[in-house]
Design a binder for this molecule. Structure first.
Ligand code: ADP
Ligand code: MG
Length: 340
């Protein structure tokens, strides 16, 4: 659906070119929710705004749904933009217009007849759960409701792509969860391709299929969310994951220094999350274990579990082999039996 080939973007600031995006190759599939995570200034908004050409690339090619958008003229660009709706951190609603008028605005601009606008706005408001708020003004709505208006407005022209620029960053955790759920529903039911940028790994974990991690204008890591989240490679990715899990690696290292045994981290994913592997392995191999840290959660719709264990006694090699055979991912954090 979206292909970036060696896309480059520099901003000209007081006569100098400042790079914001470098050698960017990206491939986003039709119908997926693709996340882009990075700290402030990493180049996320630049990347997103290149997709609907709110920014002009300085180099490279951007192909969307088979069309080279870097080559579009003004007319082609206007039509193309109707296929890519966008929502924003601060909603960008017109405060002097009602909810219905805000949602209907893109249709009015596209010259859709008033009667049809009315019907489509009603259906859109129903879709986002704001049926009874059509005649209110933005100031009368909560943050979550405002973002629902933003989503309805973005969907008005029946786009194929929805671009979300930190769409939940101004919302509290509960409202964030509800808005993400709405986005997931829209993705499923309308088959829309969603590109979502955020600085929170938790947002990625809840709704995205794949993720790209950005650092200083460069994509440093990308892949399926489960892979990137559970086995991060790049230092930036590791930091995001630790933030999401509220783990401080230094604290953990200090804690583990007082523990006896080999320290392992086991990762279960999918069905194996709920199977009694650990108990079976302990019985069969005579190992003892204590749980140092643990978490069971979901990545989108897939359950996963991660346990950090200290193992003592028994047949340790047999235990490791048994875990491997049960498709449990193993990481040895400390091999020596006792830390001195
Ligand atoms: P993010 O969305 O990840 O916070 P941005 O894409 O907004 O990052 O910005 C990336 C870099 O480009 C930053 O260093 C920012 O200061 C710079 N930048 C963004 N927009 C402009 C602009 N219009 N003019 C000059 N520099 C810009
Ligand atoms: Mg931004």
């Amino acid at each position: 659906m979206i292909d970036f080939h060696q896309v480059h973007k520099a901003y000209r600031v007081s006569g100098r070119d400042i790079p914001a995006l470098q050698s960017c190759d990206l491939h986003i599939e039709r119908g997926e929710v693709f996340g882009i995570i990075g700290h402030s200034g990493a180049g996320k908004s630049t990347l997103l705004r290149l997709i609907n050409r709110l920014e002009e690339p300085s180099g490279g090619r951007i192909v969307i749904d088979g069309v080279d958008v870097t080559a579009l003229g003004a007319d082609g660009l206007r039509k193309f933009r109707q296929q890519a709706g966008m929502i924003f951190q601060h909603f960008n609603l017109l405060s002097s217009k009602t909810v219905a008028a805000n949602v209907g605005m893109p249709l009015k601009l596209a010259g859709v007849p008033a009667r049809e606008i009315e019907q489509r706005v009603a259906a859109l408001l129903e879709r986002v759960g704001l049926k009874d708020h059509a005649n209110k003004y933005p100031a009368q709505l909560s943050g979550g409701q405002k973002q629902r208006v933003g989503i309805a407005r973005a969907l008005a022209t029946r786009p194929k792509i929805l671009l979300c620029d930190e769409a939940t960053s101004a919302l509290d955790p509960q409202t964030t969860a509800a808005v993400l759920q709405l986005l997931a529903e829209i993705n499923r039911e309308l088959g829309l391709t969603i590109v979502l940028i955020t600085h929170e790994m938790d947002v990625i974990r809840r709704v995205c299929d794949r993720v790209a991690v950005m650092d200083a204008g460069v994509i440093v890591e990308q892949g399926p969310v489960a892979e990137v989240f559970l086995h991060p490679q790049h230092a930036t990715t590791k930091r995001f994951v630790q933030e999401a899990e509220h783990v401080d690696e230094n604290d953990q290292r200090d804690d583990f220094a007082h523990v006896q045994g080999r320290i392992l981290r086991l990762t279960f994913i999918g069905e194996s999350t709920y199977s009694p592997v650990l108990g079976q392995v302990a019985r069969e191999t005579g190992i003892d274990y204590s749980i140092l840290a643990g978490r069971i959660d979901r990545i989108k719709d897939t359950p996963y579990g991660q346990l950090t264990l200290a193992l003592t006694g028994g047949d340790i090699d047999a235990a490791l082999a048994r875990f491997e055979a049960a498709d449990v991912h193993l990481e040895v954090l400390r091999l020596s039996l006792i830390h001195i």
